[in-house]
Every structure is written in structure tokens, then in C-alpha cells.
Design a protein around this ligand. Structure first.
Ligand code: NAP
Length: 241
């Protein structure tokens, strides 16, 4: 058996229409998984890449996934969907606080809960991979709700691992560094910010969404059977600096 294979597994990836989520979906399919690409926007492009299926899921309602996992077998959940709002903390609005916390943290917890209920009822092994951030460890600037939510993701990853590790569910997270996606378009478009970020990355380049995809396959595979509650930095060395 290839311990890195996902053959015979079904994986649901949230926010799979673009960016890191799309790359995770594609990597999972290359590893042999059947992929359910979930999103609020059409995931047709991802379905064309993976040969899987799509599912509409909008975390404007953070409980949106409550009924998704009953009645079918899904072995792997990747909580990837996320948003960011930037403003000085002195001006930051309640709307920007709540919108980010709902998608990035509340939806992550309650989607994991719904997934785990179904897996525990089946008595089956399962894997959860949450997408955290460098701002699960660092403070950032002008992104208070994003930083709070991503610190929260790291925390609940460990909490859920503690509760579910002995029950056959691995809960881990990936902390991506600076990755070329829509999320970081504004940073890359600013020549000064772009240069200061690049100068600090030991690998000397922005990350690619595929870098995260392959790490997600690893954490979802039998090779990661004894990994619980880890937050894996995939950041070109940023946090080692
Ligand atoms: P992205 O290209 O902006 O993708 C974000 C994804 O989340 C999109 O699929 C988006 O759908 C989806 N999403 C947003 N709101 C949603 C909602 N209400 N319901 C369902 N889906 C929703 O950004 P990305 O860089 O790939 O981000 C993916 C994850 O990685 C996020 O959790 C982000 O915080 C994290 N991350 C990214 C970086 C980076 O450098 N790029 C670094 C650290 C962590 P739409 O396309 O419809 O908006």
C-alpha cells in the first residue's frame, strides 16, 4: 500500500473554486480521492480539473454544512474557505469583525462538528485539515478579525484533536505563508510590500497554491496517522526567520 495514496477516499474541500482550495482539490484528486468541491461560487472549473462533483455551500450562514455529511460517506474535510478585511483597528467595524469570524472560525468549528458526528456514527477513520495562517502565530497589522479568527483556528485544531484523536479522527492544520492567490493580490500589487515580504522569505519566492495542496494530501493520508493537533507551517521558512 502507498501510504500517501487517497485512493478510495472522498474529500470535501470548502472554498474550492479558486486559489488554495482549488489547488488542494486538484492535489487530492491526483492522489486518488473523489473530490467534492464546495463553494459559494461555481466550482465548475475545479470539477473539470478533478473529475469530482460540486456542492453549493455559502458560509454567510456559518451553520450551512449542518446537513451535508449525513447520508453519505465523506472521509476527509478540508476547511479552507476564508476571507480577510483590512482597516485600521481604530476604525474597524462590527460588520467586518462578524463577517470574518463567521466564515473563518464559526463555520470551521460547526462544519468540523457536523463532519465528526457522521464519522463517529459510522465508527470510521477520518481526517480534518483546517487552513490556518501565519497570523495564527503573528499579530499582523490592520487585520484584527482575521488574526483573531486564525489564532482561533489553531486553537480549535488542538482542542478537537484532543477530543477526537482516540476516536479515529485526525485534526490538523496548515499555516500557509505568503501564497499567490486573490487573497494576497493587494500585497503583490504594492511594490514596497512585495519587496519587503520577498526579502524575508528564506525560500526567496512567494508560495504557490500547489505547495499547500501537497501538504494537505499528506495530512489526509495514512502516512499522517499519528499526527494530531499539529499546525504545519508551509511558508518557505518565514516563521523560522
Ligand atoms: P481566495 O483565493 O480569496 O479564496 C478564498 C476562498 O474562500 C474562495 O473559494 C472563496 O469563495 C471562499 N469563500 C469566501 N467566503 C465564503 C463563504 N461565505 N462561503 C463559502 N466560501 C467562501 O484566497 P486563498 O488565498 O485561496 O485562501 C484560502 C484559505 O487560505 C483562506 O482560509 C485564507 O485565509 C488562507 N490563507 C491564505 C494565504 C495566502 O497567502 N493566500 C495565507 C494564509 C492563509 P469566492 O471565490 O466565492 O469568494
Amino acid at each position: 500500500m502507498n501510504p500517501f495514496s487517497l485512493s478510495g477516499q472522498t474529500a470535501l474541500v470548502t472554498g474550492a473554486n479558486t486559489g488554495i482550495g482549488q489547488a488542494i482539490a486538484a492535489a487530492m484528486a491526483r492522489a486518488g480521492a473523489h473530490v467534492i468541491a464546495a463553494g459559494r461560487s461555481s466550482c465548475a472549473e475545479t470539477v473539470a480539473l478533478t473529475g469530482g462533483e460540486e456542492l453549493t455551500l455559502d458560509f454567510a450562514d456559518p451553520m450551512a454544512a449542518r446537513d451535508v455529511f449525513s447520508g453519505r460517506t465523506i472521509d476527509i474535510l478540508v476547511n479552507n474557505a476564508g476571507i480577510i478585511r483590512r482597516a485600521d483597528s481604530v476604525e474597524f467595524t462590527e460588520e467586518d469583525w462578524d463577517a470574518v469570524m463567521d466564515v473563518n472560525l464559526k463555520a470551521v468549528f460547526f462544519t468540523a462538528q457536523a463532519f465528526a458526528k457522521a464519522a463517529l456514527a459510522r465508527g470510521a477513520d477520518a481526517k480534518i485539515v483546517n487552513i490556518a495562517s501565519l497570523l495564527s502565530f503573528q499579530g499582523g497589522i490592520r487585520v484584527p478579525s482575521y488574526t483573531a479568527s486564525k489564532h482561533g483556528v489553531a486553537g480549535i485544531t488542538k482542542l478537537l484533536a484532543n477530543e477526537w484523536a482516540a476516536k479515529g479522527i485526525n485534526v490538523n492544520a496548515i499555516a500557509p505563508g505568503y501564497i499567490e492567490t486573490n487573497n494576497t493580490e493587494a500585497l503583490r500589487a504594492d511594490p514596497d510590500r512585495n519587496k519587503s515580504i520577498l526579502d524575508r522569505i528564506p525560500a526567496g519566492r512567494w508560495g504557490r497554491a500547489d505547495d499547500i495542496g501537497e501538504a494537505a494530501v499528506f495530512l489526509s493520508s495514512p502516512a499522517a496517522a499519528y499526527i494530531h493537533g499539529a499546525v504545519l507551517n508551509v511558508d518557505g521558512g518565514w516563521l523560522a526567520r
